[in-house]
Design a binder for this molecule. Sequence first.
Ligand code: MLT
Length: 235
Amino acid sequence: MHKPHLLLLPGLLCDARLWQQQAADLADRAHITVADLSQADSIAGLAEQVLAQAPAECFALAGLSMGGYVALEILRRAPQRVLGLALLDTSAQADSDAAKRARIDLMGQAEEDFAALVISLLPKFVHPAHLRDSALLEVITAMAHSLGREVFLRQQRAMLGRIDSRLGLVQIKCPTLVLCGWEDAITPLTLHQELATAIVGAQLVMIKECGHLSCLEQPQAVTRALETWLQRLPG
Ligand code: MLT
């Protein structure tokens, strides 16, 4: 069986641990690489790094949240290299003025007390029921502390400056999955309906009892959706 390369792009303050379950479950279906999105302070810079370090000329691309913003930038720069696109808990929109102000406020909080900020973000990241799952919260906080405050500030600067990707959505021709948690409080359902409506042939999957970090909150459901999507890839 031909195994495509699958590049997984994590979100804010996340690393390979975000995709751990999917990477294990899909290892016999794809050659999997998790990108590092910690080293540039623009979405364009992150996209360039991913493209430069990609393990193959052509690959399938799955990004969660900030990873989705980077995925859309990669599509803009090198659509011929992308075999398929999976956008999880993300958006094609740029920040509104209110969102920009909220981000700058978060950056200020990070400067003051990063550990307290991480704790305060948890209820935004996961479904309320998952706030009782200490193992899950431990993974999220461990990732956040491995990446740390400087990376948080860089990633926030990158997201702050990102452009609106909505006009480019009609150009996307590869098999596309749009997935989100029903209770995603950071990038809600309507943003995914917008993506799925604009991208021709996109499949929209909404996952119950799930917030923003779908890969960790409902790992099996996310794997199943990615499996179905991988079957749609050409060749
Ligand atoms: C993420 O999870 O990558 C971020 O929360 C997304 C954002 O802040 O827009």
